[in-house]
Design a binder for this molecule. Structure first.
Ligand code: BG6
Length: 470
């Protein structure tokens, strides 16, 4: 017998700039995601066409219906609704998402919408450096209210920011071009604060404007193991989780910055400017549920800050630059785990740990909105994609969800990344996550045909049997 409750939400996920294409069609404005993808157009596909969902949305929703999805998790492009971020509303943008939402309902698929998935309208960067300004939080509130008013009669599940906790550490996502590391971190801390304020304002607005609306953050979850059982290594691993993820959930939950995070901000002398009147909003703007994005686990050893490794320094591993290390820890390889061809350490048990951990801390409903395996899939001569490795990955993680439910976790749904192949941040269409193959490569769009992968057929059975056949 399946442990998944009867009304469990089986879904699949995507985000606007990674699938829609039509980057400047029907009045859409340029976004930070477009801007950065154009900078790499010579190396990989950019957001101009992506998976062409903007033109093929009907065919794609038909496929989602065939797959049997109960929910579809996607994002609205802010710059399609308000091209310059805080000015005039673009009716064509509203019309597009209305068509998508209505057709999803026609096919019995519930929309599960993210308001902001890495694609800040670029005009706001030109105007006041985006999230560095308080104005950006108010612009976001305005945009969120438009979405709630236009779509809230049908859409009840909302996510505010996708992975604020992760995007904050990636300069490109935040459009931080400051070379000086301390100054960059000061800007980052201020941006983070404004995003928390924007989150709270959006939660308040959703509760006012959307009848029975549920809203929360989508976090990039972390589960960090200590390299050894030395107390310092254990501390480093804990700090990694607290500083990279838990601080964010704690703020959404309590409305206050936790002590361990304030201590870091103070030590580094980068405490953001906070207004007294924000306190009430932060307190009121509590999340209703947590959307969890989970791909892998991490491993850390203790790395005290010193002259060679100052706080906020970056650790270089081969060609890869790791995130800021906050002066506590260093990323390590976990030799007990296999890794994907792109280096993500595969760990279904880690998902069970994460779900239990967040359940113990917050006692809120949770849904997994991203989980998946990026691989260079091959279209074989028989016109198929035999992605058994993806099935194995998803199966093991769904089993971990089932165990977590038995542990008492209130998990309401599972929505893997991604419904279809899409524009991956640094590997374009080389690295694929989809259940549906998009027949294009980075420099040849071909006809962008849709092909069902083996994982599509497998997931179809999982949904049909409510997780009994995994
Ligand atoms: C998540 C993002 O962090 O990771 C997605 O929300 C992203 O937008 C996914 O595509 C996979 O990352 P990447 O870099 O492999 O595309």
């Amino acid at each position: 017998m399946s442990t998944f409750p009867k009304n469990f939400l089986w879904g699949a996920s995507s985000s606007a700039f990674q699938i829609e294409g039509a980057w400047d069609e029907d009045g859409k404005g340029k976004t930070v995601a477009d801007y950065n993808s154009f900078k790499r157009s010579h190396l990989q596909a950019d957001s101009k066409v992506a998976s062409d969902f903007y033109h093929k949305w009907k065919e794609d929703i038909d496929l989602m219906s065939e797959l049997g999805l109960n929910i579809y998790r996607f994002s609205i492009s802010w710059a399609r609704i308000i091209p310059d971020g805080d000015g005039i509303v673009n009716q064509k943008g509203i019309e597009f998402y209305n068509k998508v939402i209505d057709y999803l309902y026609e096919k019995n698929i519930t929309p599960f919408i993210t308001l902001y998935h890495f694609d800040l309208p670029y005009a706001l960067v030109e105007k006041y450096n985006g999230w560095e300004s308080r104005e950006c939080a108010y612009a976001f509130e305005k945009y969120a209210k438009i979405c709630f008013n236009e779509f809230g009669n049908r859409v009840k599940y909302w996510q505010v920011h996708n992975e604020q906790n992760l995007m904050m550490r990636v300069d490109e996502r935040m459009n931080i071009e400051e070379e000086d590391k301390w100054k960059a971190d000061k800007i980052r801390a201020q941006m983070d604060y404004h995003m928390f304020l924007a989150h709270a304002l959006a939660v308040e607005a959703c509760h006012q404007l959307v009848e029975n609306g549920k809203i929360g953050p989508a976090v990039s979850s972390t589960c960090t193991y200590a390299l050894t059982n030395k107390p310092q290594d254990v501390w480093a691993a804990k700090m990694n989780d607290w500083m990279k993820t838990n601080y964010c959930l704690d703020i959404h939950f309590t409305g206050e910055y936790p002590g361990y995070y304030m201590r870091y901000l103070k030590e580094r002398n980068i405490v953001p400017i906070m207004h007294e009147e924000d306190k009430e909003h932060l307190k009121n703007g509590k999340m209703d549920y947590i959307a969890v994005n989970y791909y892998r686990t991490l491993c850390a050893s203790y790395l005290p800050a010193d002259e060679e490794n100052p706080i906020g320094s970056r650790v270089f591993r081969g060609n890869q630059v790791d995130f800021d290390q906050y002066g506590y820890c260093r990323d390590e390889k976990n030799t007990n785990l296999e890794a994907t061809e792109y280096g993500a350490q595969i760990d279904p048990m880690g998902l069970r740990i994460v779900l239990n951990e967040y359940h113990q801390r917050y006692r809120l409903p949770m849904i997994i909105t991203e989980n998946g395996l990026g691989a260079a899939d091959v279209l074989t001569e028989d016109g198929k994609i035999h992605d058994q490795y993806r099935i194995d990955y998803l199966r093991a993680h769904i089993e971990a969800c089932s165990l977590a439910i038995e542990d008492g976790v209130n998990l309401i749904g599972y929505s893997p990344w991604s419904v279809m192949d899409l524009l991956s941040s640094h590997q374009g269409f080389k690295k694929r996550y989809g259940l549906i193959y998009i027949d294009r490569d980075d420099f040849n769009e071909k006809n962008i045909l849709r092909i069902k992968k083996d994982s599509f057929h497998w997931y179809q059975k999982v949904i049909k049997t409510n997780g009994e056949i995994v």
